[in-house]
Design a protein around this ligand. Structure first.
Ligand code: PBG
Length: 329
């Protein structure tokens, strides 16, 4: 009780603050998203994501070597697929010599210890920009899950350590786990996007991959029939528990900052590592405000990343990973 207890004693200097700090960030917390594109010598900045790039495989090789040197040891791969290769079933995703499969091999050759996780989703490969097959204005569930399972096996064959299904079809974790088991990939992990919300914060990512749902008749304009309603909390726990029962090794909440109550709720309920995806729109907002001189970039970034970890994130997928390392000096 005051005056015997004065809380400010523990805030009196940077040294004592360091001593009692509950949450600290390290390079080990980060999973680095990378966007790969076809071609050679390409390092193309994504307009809505300043200082973030679409990389051709030669640049990808340089990038992962640099990340490894910086102490970052895990990446999450996304492929930007050329328009003429897209169709309703995401057929190109299963091409053993497709961009994603070559990207996995490129990384494993350049930097064998780098942990490679791959995005398993149809939208970058879909002519409609959806995470499932479109039929009569609907997104088919079980048929799409089968494709995701084949995609997962194809990534595992190419050398992926983990597959990361980001689609939100029901039952896809079980379908994927069974397919991996059947093909002998018992050591390939699954990081499930378990509580993925239908969010407006994915805008810049869809620019990067040119993967937004198309605006044509009989194609749903948004992803609200599969991604979660952002008004819901209990449903996130249910989704996550089901994914764990189906064989997910790591579960994820996405986006980050607006969903920290969900992160804490899940962290309190489950015994597997919890990842949080700080998404493209969250990155873009900080960059834009900092460019205008309205916010201190590094201070806001560190506050947000620390908040995500404090809420319960064991892993943070973030476009700020390299910016964070830079702050370590
Ligand atoms: C799609 C996918 C999305 C993101 C990761 N995987 C976008 C979407 O669901 O439309 C978003 C990531 C980000 O915004 O940084 N399967």
């Amino acid at each position: 009780m005051y005056p015997l207890i004065r809380n400010r004693r523990l805030r009196a200097s940077e040294s004592v603050r360091r001593l009692v700090r509950e949450t600290t960030l390290t390079p080990d917390d980060f999973l680095v998203p990378l966007f790969v594109t076809e071609g050679k010598g390409i390092k193309k900045e994504i307009p809505s994501m300043p200082n973030y790039y679409n990389l051709s495989l030669d640049h990808l090789e340089k990038e992962v070597k640099e990340l490894w040197k910086m102490g970052l040891c895990s990446v999450l791969l996304f492929a930007k697929v050329e328009d003429h290769l897209k169709d309703n079933k995401g057929t190109e995703a299963l091409n053993p010599n497709g961009l994603m499969q070559r990207a996995i091999k490129t990384i494993k050759n350049a930097c064998p210890q780098m942990l490679v996780m791959t995005d398993v989703a149809m939208d970058p490969f879909s002519s409609y920009g959806h995470d499932g097959i479109v039929a009569e204005g609907q997104i088919l569930n079980d048929e799409s899950a089968e494709i995701l399972a084949e995609m997962s096996v194809s990534h595992a064959k190419a050398g992926a350590d983990f597959v990361a299904p980001s689609d939100m079809m029901d039952g896809r974790i079980l379908t994927i786990r069974e397919a991996l088991e059947d093909e002998g990939y018992t050591n390939t992990g699954i990081m499930a996007y378990s509580a993925k919300y239908a969010s407006a914060f994915y805008g810049p990512f869809r620019d990067a991959l040119d993967s937004a749902p198309v605006d044509i008749a009989d194609v749903p304009k948004d992803k609200k029939t599969y991604q979660m309603d952002y008004a819901n909390r209990h449903e996130a726990i249910k989704e996550t528990q089901m994914d764990i029962e189906e064989g997910a090794d790591i579960v994820m909440v996405k986006p980050g900052l607006c969903y920290l109550d969900i992160v804490r709720g899940i962290k309190n309920e489950v015994e597997v590592p919890v990842a949080v995806y700080q998404v493209s729109g969250e990155y873009a907002m900080v960059k834009a405000a900092a460019e205008k001189g309205w916010l201190d970039h590094d201070a806001v970034m560190l506050e947000q990343l620390t908040a995500i970890k404090r809420a319960g994130a064991d892993i943070i997928a973030s476009y700020f990973a390299k910016d964070f390392i830079r702050t370590l000096g």
